[in-house]
Design a protein around this ligand. Structure first.
Ligand code: C2E
Ligand code: CA
Ligand code: CA
Length: 630
């Protein structure tokens, strides 16, 4: 006979869980909404399972329509539970099956059709029927298993298809795990239908989902239950590009200093107070705490952020009283509107984070407004970052060469290696866009190594002597140059490609000369390995000839700006500088030579080498070989 030993305790556990879970604050995102529904539907399935089974046992004393009704309720919710599990998996995997209304409707269809079969069963007897001997399965009953397995199969297909989209490995394992539990559940039901065990397996699946995806702790600050940065990210992820929204960002002024001053404990209490104040005062908006003294107030409607900001400023004029201290804090703000342009979630996050930075730097009296130009710039920067990272990881960084010509012979003598990135449309990205970004986020080291290595490879694989090419200049960013392992790194490439260090000249700029002691140390260790140095961009900033005397450069490159100045309006200054530098033993290169006239003026004042568009723009290595091998 029927066995209730499993399903009743399972129902009890579920009820206790519901009491606990429904009481916690939840960020309104789709996985949470679906989970709430899933738990509710699971409750109905369990309850109707128990009641309808009991009705089947007591068929003799109950009206037949009631037995039909209870069983129908059970089967219909059973089908929709399978569908909800599928939908939940689709949502986790960010599959279009959960977002595209048409696909979503199509995935409802099996559950709807089978529900119609069940509803019609009192007349057709297809799914089940009740006669004088009680409850019996109908000829279409096994479609119940087919339906469940079909939804599970759909879920596994989605898992395979979207596996790369799951960012955390743990989450990926969890999706497989709860779907596997459900599959086991349906097989157990098939093998032992009388034990009512399926619900227990569904509860286990719900627990795995809870622990891995919807645990409210993931989205809340532990003490105050204010939504955290993960909640902000997930929430924006769902409304981004669908709705307009505005974020008012608040930053506690000097957060880290004050945290040192007041101590972490009191500062945390202060943050709690502020969070609670914001939550209680401002309704119809969402409040997030984004760590490090930064709050976001998000609104999807027009809201009067100016007066909100000024009332917040006003409140901050008073002290915040915590259990054991009084905190004096000040706050700065920025306002950002989203939704006028399509923009990726990553870019929204970058814009938010630079909004905080601008607010922190402001004087605080006025609200910083992030213009859409600034937003576009931040978006471009983060696009470049992405391309940079991709290019480095997938060996897509290109190195172009620009010839350096001997002014006397007019022949090729050297070249400068210049890095290039290519975007997905095949457009070249200029180094003055990506080099500063690479310097800021540390990728310049890898990038510099790539340019250096490709130059070594070029020298090894090309008959450079036949072209008259004696050396190639490689740029070293100050950040790269200051690294203690730079000499070993460069030597390892030289050895790997069996080339002479003399064939590479390293270009550094005056920025690298700020710390003179370190500069000398680094130059000496590289020179001991056989490298030579050229000083780049001479005359661009503040240049000091006296200091140059001490530095062992072999070549000084005059920056285009002073070359152009001189060529448009000759004076005595540049010829004097050139003469002095020559006397000190440096050879001199003039950059930015764009025409015959400029080449001649520079040759006349005694410049040794010429570089510029007049001779050639920087070109791909293969093209360089083609042109100069002749
Ligand atoms: P730079 O080292 O001063 O390089 C010379 C720049 O002047 C190159 O710009 C070159 O294309 C440009 N140029 C050359 N002749 C002319 C001319 O006649 N007229 C004009 N208008 N421009 C000319 P590019 O390639 O865009 O590079 C810009 C800067 O990016 C470089 O300035 C350098 O500071 C940096 N850079 C490029 N590649 C690397 C690299 O591999 N590592 C590092 N650290 N920096 C690099
Ligand atoms: Ca250079
Ligand atoms: Ca230069």
């Amino acid at each position: 006979m029927w066995n209730f030993n499993y399903v009743i305790p399972t129902l009890l556990v579920l009820v206790v869980f519901m009491g606990y879970y429904y009481g916690l604050p939840r960020i309104p995102i789709s996985i949470n909404r679906y989970f709430v529904k899933l738990v509710a539907i699971e409750f109905v399935v369990m309850a109707t399972d128990i009641v309808s089974t009991w009705a089947c046992i007591n068929y003799e004393i109950l009206p037949i329509w009631l037995i039909y009704l209870l069983n129908e309720a059970y089967f219909v919710t059973f089908f929709f539970r399978a569908f909800m599990f599928f939908l939940f998996t689709a949502t986790i995997l960010k599959s279009s099956a959960s977002t595209d209304p048409l696909k979503c409707m199509i995935s409802h269809i099996p559950a709807i059709i089978l529900s119609l079969v069940v509803i019609s069963t009192p007349w057709t007897y297809w799914f089940f029927y009740i006669d004088g001997t009680g409850y019996h399965s109908g000829k279409l009953y096994n479609l119940l298993y087919t339906l469940f397995v079909a939804y599970m199969t759909g879920a596994f297909i989605l898992i395979l298809k979207h596996r790369v989209k799951v960012r955390r490995r743990r989450e990926f394992v969890s999706v497989i795990w709860y779907n596997a539990i459900l599959l086991i559940g349906i097989f157990v039901r098939y093998a032992f239908p009388k034990y009512l065990l399926m619900d227990t397996f569904c509860l286990l699946a719900l627990i795995v989902i809870y622990l891995s995806f919807v645990n409210p702790d993931f989205f809340l600050e532990p003490r105050t239950w204010i939504f955290n940065s993960r909640a902000l990210r997930e929430y924006i992820g769902e409304i981004n590009n669908k709705k307009k929204f505005t974020v008012l960002e608040l930053v506690i002024d000097n957060y880290f200093d004050l945290r040192d001053l007041y101590g972490a404990r009191q500062m945390n209490q202060g943050i709690d107070l502020i969070g609670s104040y914001l939550e209680e005062t401002f309704k119809n908006v969402m409040i997030f705490y984004d760590r490090d003294g930064r709050f976001s107030i998000l609104s999807e409607n027009d809201f009067d952020y100016v007066s909100i900001y000024s009332s917040i400023k006003e409140i901050f004029k008073h002290r915040w009283n915590t259990d054991d201290a009084e905190l004096y804090l000040d706050v700065r703000g920025a306002i950002i509107h989203f939704g006028d342009r399509r923009i990726s979630l990553e870019n929204v996050i970058s814009i938010l984070s630079s909004g905080y930075d601008s607010a922190a730097k402001s004087d605080g009296d006025e609200l910083i407004v992030m213009s859409s130009d600034e937003q576009i710039k931040i978006t471009e920067t983060s696009e470049i970052k992405k391309i940079l990272k991709y290019s480095i990881e997938h060996d897509q960084v290109k190195v172009f060469l620009q010839p350096i010509i001997n002014s006397k012979s007019g022949k090729l003598e050297g070249a400068e290696a210049l890095a290039r990135l290519v975007d997905i449309n095949g457009n070249i990205i200029r180094p003055d866009l990506f080099i500063p970004i690479a310097e800021k986020n540390g990728m310049i080291n890898q990038l510099g190594n790539i340019v250096f290595e490709k130059t070594c490879k070029f020298i090894r694989d090309t008959n450079v002597d036949a072209m008259g090419l004696s050396w190639i200049n490689v740029n070293l960013s100050p950040i790269q140059f200051m690294r203690s392992d730079i000499a070993d790194r460069l030597v390892s490439y030289i050895k790997e490609y069996h080339i002479k260090p003399e064939s590479i000249h390293l270009e550094i700029t005056e920025e690298a000369m700020v710390d003179e002691a370190l500069l000398m140390k680094q130059m000496e260790s590289l020179m001991a390995k056989g490298f030579s140095f050229a000083l780049d961009d001479y005359g661009k900033g503040y240049s000091n000839i006296a200091r140059l005397k001490k530095c062992p450069f072999i070549n000084i490159k005059l920056d285009m700006s002073i070359v152009w100045d001189y060529c448009s309006k000759p004076d005595v200054l540049i010829p004097n500088v050139v003469e002095t530098l020559q006397k000190l033993g440096f050879s001199i290169t003039a950059e930015g030579i764009e025409n015959e006239q400029m080449a001649k003026s520079m040759t006349d004042i005694g410049v040794t080498f010429l570089q510029g568009y007049h001779f050639s723009r920087p070109i791909p290595m293969e093209e360089f070989v083609k042109i100069y091998s002749k």
